[in-house]
Design a protein. Structure first.
Ligand code: UDX
Length: 458
């Protein structure tokens, strides 16, 4: 099948490469000329394991091409995917200008002699797909035949190719007038029939809601354990074991219960905001989602308070090794990264930072600049002469931190582990003062027990 994918960001580029890998002929379109020139040379705009090889492989086989010209990209395409970004606007609502512009372009380029299925993968608020259909209709030639389908994407950065090949489910939203269309059924069937997971069909608005509700629920799950972690610190319980214990209940499940310094990235923060915005507009405020947003926002500050507790509010003269800049491991993405937030605060208190991340250095420099920060090439370099280590991203190599070597390289002996990647006992046995998330460590040794007295009756 001939496929056109408009937008070569995370979803679009991964989608284009995977569709080509499934045997389709794919053209990726983007208005960013620099990006397309680089992709054509085999240089990827993002770091995603395996993506560069897959793109280069299918470009070599002529199954995958790229262009900045949408009419060229849509030539002969039976299906067109809209995968452009929907960033957060100043009001918190999703900025849909790119989606609207692409819808108009698609309309103009529709071939009146073909039936075209337009599939929206961009994350868009409820009602947007109907508007996409309307806009395409306005600019399309009178005799053009097309349908609009919602197909929200659930892939995670860092495992995006695996996720596209192994989705938990494929959600499709189809308007009532398109539901019986043979063309729509044929196109969607030939795209997804080989997947072993369920394909579920809904109306357009329900499919749009599923994407937001899904991200809001996951954000809520992470935030719930993060808030429980705060209480664990006070009462002397261990949040990792609490997560293990509650995760054994299948109604809760073990995933997404890793406590840390909060969720970030290109999806959760903006989607939660956009959902709250739609909720407000529709007069049905989502109180829980708003609380999730507020708690998550506060977590970096609470983490920095641990550093202040140890060194005082004025951190000038304190050198801190910051391990991790990406919003999570296996990506170079720093959008809404909690690590960046923590580093900004530490720098605001006067600390000098030695930062290391295996992948995200380039993107982090754009966010943070160089003032008060030196970026180094290895974890060991970051440790040299540091008063403390702060772990901000759960990259596997940080869990392998050589404590003996750290002790010898560093000036001080304090570790702040924002992702609970280290083993508490080993760190404390090595003589470090250890702060982490959701556990009462040796850093609190001299504090009184906060658990209220339990009095037996009588
Ligand atoms: C998310 C959704 O998982 C995906 O389905 C959607 O399409 C896009 O948004 P992604 O942003 O790539 O994917 O990251 P994800 O792995 O879901 O993590 C989101 C954030 O939550 C990260 O900051 C991560 O560090 C944090 N997180 C996740 C935790 O702090 N603890 C956890 O247990 C899980």
């Amino acid at each position: 099948m001939n496929i056109c994918v408009v937008g070569t960001g995370y979803v679009g580029l991964v989608g284009a490469a995977v569709f080509a890998d499934w045997g389709h002929t794919v053209c990726g379109v983007d208005i960013d000329e620099g990006k397309i020139t680089n992709i054509k040379k085999g240089v990827m705009p993002i770091y995603e394991d395996g993506l560069g090889d897959l793109v280069r492989q299918h470009m070599d086989l002529d199954g995958l091409s790229f262009t900045t010209d949408i009419s060229e990209g849509m030539f002969g395409a039976e299906v067109v995917f809209i995968c452009v970004g929907t960033p957060q606007s100043k009001t918190g609502a999703a900025d849909l200008s790119a989606v609207w512009a692409v819808a108009e372009d698609i309309g103009r380029c529709l071939d009146p002699d073909m039936y075209t299925v337009v599939v929206v993968k961009s994350t868009v608020p409820v009602g947007s797909n109907e508007k996409v259909k309307e806009l395409i209709g306005v600019s399309a030639p009178k005799s053009a035949k097309f349908s609009v389908v919602s197909n929200p994407e659930f892939l995670r950065e860092g495992s995006a190719i695996w996720d596209m090949n192994n989705p938990d489910r494929t959600v499709l939203g189809i308007g009532s007038s398109d539901r019986l269309s043979e063309e729509v059924c044929r196109v969607l069937f030939s795209l997804y029939e080989h997947l072993s997971s369920p394909i579920v069909w809904y109306d357009l608005r329900t499919a749009e809601m599923i994407k937001y509700a899904s991200n809001a629920f996951l954000a809520m799950k992470v935030t719930s354990i993060n808030e429980i972690a705060l209480m664990c610190e006070r009462v002397g319980a261990d949040v990792d074991r609490v997560a293990e214990g509650i995760g054994l209940d299948p109604r809760i499940g073990p995933d997404f219960l890793k406590a840390g310094i909060g969720y970030g990235g290109s999806c959760f923060p903006k989607d939660v905001q956009a959902l709250m915005n739609t909720a407000k507009q529709t007069g049905s405020p989502l109180t829980i989602v708003s609380a999730v947003d507020a708690v998550n926002d506060h977590l970096p500050e609470l983490f920095v308070e641990k550093v202040i507790r140890e060194f005082g509010v004025n951190l000038s003269g304190i050198k801190i090794a910051c391990l991790g800049l990406a919003f999570k491991a296996n990506t170079d993405d720093v959008r809404d990264s909690r690590s960046i937030e923590v580093i900004r605060m530490l720098r605001g208190h006067g600390a000098s930072i030695q930062a290391y991340d295996p992948r995200a250095y380039g993107n982090a420099v754009e966010e943070l600049g160089y003032f008060g920060i030196s970026y180094v090439d290895t974890m060991n370099e970051a440790l040299i002469g540091a008063d403390a280590v702060v772990i901000l991203t759960e990259w596997p190599e940080f869990a392998e931190l050589d404590l003996l070597h750290a002790k010898e390289s560093m000036k001080g002996k304090v570790i702040f582990d924002g992702r609970n990647v280290l083993d508490q006992e080993s760190v404390e046995d090595m003589g470090f003062t250890y702060y982490c998330v959701g556990k009462r460590t040796n850093a609190y040794e001299k504090e009184p027990d906060l658990v209220p007295g339990i009095f037996l009756p009588g």
